[in-house]
Write a protein that binds this ligand. Sequence first.
Ligand SMILES: *Cc1c(COP(=O)(O)O)cnc(C)c1O
Length: 444
Amino acid sequence: MPASLEQRRHLVTEIPGPRSLELMSRKNAAVARGIGTTMPVFAVEAGGGIVKDVDGNSFIDLGSGIAVTTVGNSAPRVVEAVREQVEAFTHTCFMVTPYEGYVAVAEALNRLTPGDHEKRSALFNSGAEAVENAIKIARAHTRRQAVVVFDHAYHGRTNLTMAMTAKSMPYKSGFGPFAPEIYRAPLSYPFRDEKDVDGQTAAERAIDVIEKQVGSANLAAVVIEPIQGEGGFIVPADGFLPALSQWCAAHDVVFIADEVQTGFARTGDLFACDHEGVVPDLIVTAKGIAGGLPLSAVTGRGDIMDASHVSGLGGTYGGNPLACAAALATIETIEAEGLVARAGDIGRLMLDRLNRLQADDDRVGDVRGRGAMVAVELVKPGTTEPDAELARQVAASAHRSGVIVLTCGTYGNVLRFLPPLAISDELLTEALDVLTTAFEEATA
Ligand SMILES: *Cc1c(COP(=O)(O)O)cnc(C)c1O
């Protein structure tokens, strides 16, 4: 991270400041309206737990650019590796003249992802592109077409992944028609399920829908986020994921874990599937994989991954050499700095504070998450009725006070916390203080 970047929250103007306001008016004139922004401040430097803006304001970062800069922004090993690579060559296209970095990333993914079976990997650019490729691979392997996804799922914004994503506004509305052969099953959502619906029961409920409405003979793949991201940081009840993966194995259905948001130390395990020892057939990774450079991957069982004919997979930029250098440095950073354990510590600190907040404030309906992927779901007091307006108010107040927080959830009523694992306990505690005040001030 930039050596000059002080690890301190510090506001020197109103938020947004005059330079950000000026840039925002240029943005509005030059950038398509469909590209929204959470905060109207323009970044110039970031690292550790801080993002600094063009007006000299320093914000505490509880978003990591949506779970991407897990190892920190401009993490030293990443900067060094990318600098070396950019001076050597920037692109040859792996499909034209390959290079070692791509192979080394594939080897690392094959080694680190759940399961000790023989694996292969393929690299792409974005999470959505990798999800699409996982489905191409599963269809080629099974010679079946149907794909099952879940309520509240988020898998991306391309045509196939829009079909897989649950929420209409803002992701799908007006952008159809969507890809066919996508079916949606009910999730395990402990806060909103009936009390007696444990993980096993929720899995049986989903499997019943799948068997009745799709049929395993037609089903290529079941795709699930082990903890749902955009859908509201929904942690399924214990036993739900293992039961689904066992059912898939028994019916030769490819079980695909979308770990785009949960992967790479975020949840206090290297991958969220590790928590219950679930071994997916294919695992999709992106976001935290390369310290901020665009990279994604599909990793999985050798026989499934090799189902595609030669040249059936690929893309001009997939596994770009800069992104591969960054990924190797990211993995080295996670291992050298013990970031899996650090995510667990961050989670304990956040959950402790947020549980206390919930005890004092009946608008906090649920506190959940694992490791450094934690959220609060806000409701009308004493009910489970979502309160999106309160989430909006608390987030806006935190933003004005110099803390970057994101909202999410099907009902827009979830505040989610995804700090970089390079953040200090002091900054994290201060950010939680700011949030506590934001809750006190919010009147919704
Ligand atoms: C962000 C996300 C995606 C899409 O990734 P992009 O890189 O934005 O295409 C897919 N799945 C999950 C779980 C995500 O969080």
